[in-house]
Design a protein around this ligand. Sequence first.
Ligand code: 5CA
Length: 419
Amino acid sequence: MLFSNFFAPTSKEIPAEAKIVSHRLMLRSGMISRTASGIYSWLPLGVRVLDKISKIICEEQDKIGANRVCFSTIQPADLWIESGRYDAYGKEMLRLKDRKDGDFLYSPTNEEQATDVFRRYVKSYRELPTFLYQINWKFRDEIRPRFGVMRGREFLMKDGYSFDADFESAKRTYEKVFKSYMTIFRRIGLTPVPVRADSGAIGGNMSHEFQILADSGESTLYYEKKLLSASDDELMNLFAVSEEKYDPASAVGKELSVSKGIEAGHIFCFGTKYSKSMNAFVLNEKGEKIFPEMGSYGIGISRLAAAVIEAFHDDRGIIWPEAAAPFDVTVLNLNTKNERCVNATSEIYKALSSGKEVLCDDRDISVGEKLADADLIGIPHQIIIGPQKAAVGTVELKNRRTGEIREMSSDEVIGRFLN
Ligand code: 5CA
């Protein structure tokens, strides 16, 4: 991608409305643009990050037998009247009328719809477990949307729904998702802390939140120190709760850490609440009706994009971990009028584009602006091509995170990324 063709409206100005660093950097790097309170449009850099995170999530969910679907975002009110949640959900639900005066809503979550799809097609215990997931936009009319996409009204979520024949099997599914979530957050480069949680309005009997450690987090966490180095099997049994659930008596004798966290994921095992209320059953081997044990599993993808920035930035901008970066590498031509620079840039850009996602800054702007934009946008590797080095046949490779700069030939730099 040539920057001269790319839509990334970067800005030096510090947006007054942005109180946390991820919100400021997302606006300044041109990842997002505000539409209304808690509602944002995602611009190319932002979309690329959402896609990167989504791809990791899909790979890991597919590995545990989950099937990707895409539910409609608009649902008929009838489904929620059936489950008994239509009135209970209150003002957070965006309610709509169609031209025939029918009642609809924009999905805040999709338990009802998943249960509805399940009951139409799944008839026998032999077809269980069934696991559906999607990546789709949600709307919740939050009272206090804040911190940009961190607590938005419209946001992107991965949400999964599982159906098992009995509690033991549902628990196994839950544990598989638990491990899959740990892998997802770690692959992105984050440190997840799974804490026991209430299931709130979703209703249920087992629930964990996945918190990403960050100073700007809205939750205060109390967890055993050894949790950060525990194996996935140990994790579920270690003490970790958020402030609201913290009871010092239950932590006696344990060495605790206290940190701020951002809730990036939330999983629930809630039994037959929806299968029973919505009459979603299958027949067992004796031909009797059984109501599947369900779970639901969410990851806030748009929130996660912000959480990554909270975890990885400095005073110049974002420092993307490779797994979530909008591009793998950026090539900066510091002098677009210098023939040697132009030639080296085009050689390197062409070669790298065969195997990497490359943003080539070919804009006719000052050297200072170009370097500042590269640090702001935060692509992990910068290949800097300036006239002095180009004259002796070399370029500079800068690591955005460490700031380390190495001088090398064009061939060497190409080899580093393609081998
Ligand atoms: N149905 C269940 C699981 S599929 C559910 O909706 N769970 S949730 O309410 O906890 O949401 C799942 C995840 O979505 C949260 O962990 C959080 O990361 C994200 N999320 C929730 N509300 C918002 C919001 N207002 N803005 C951004 N992300 C949000």
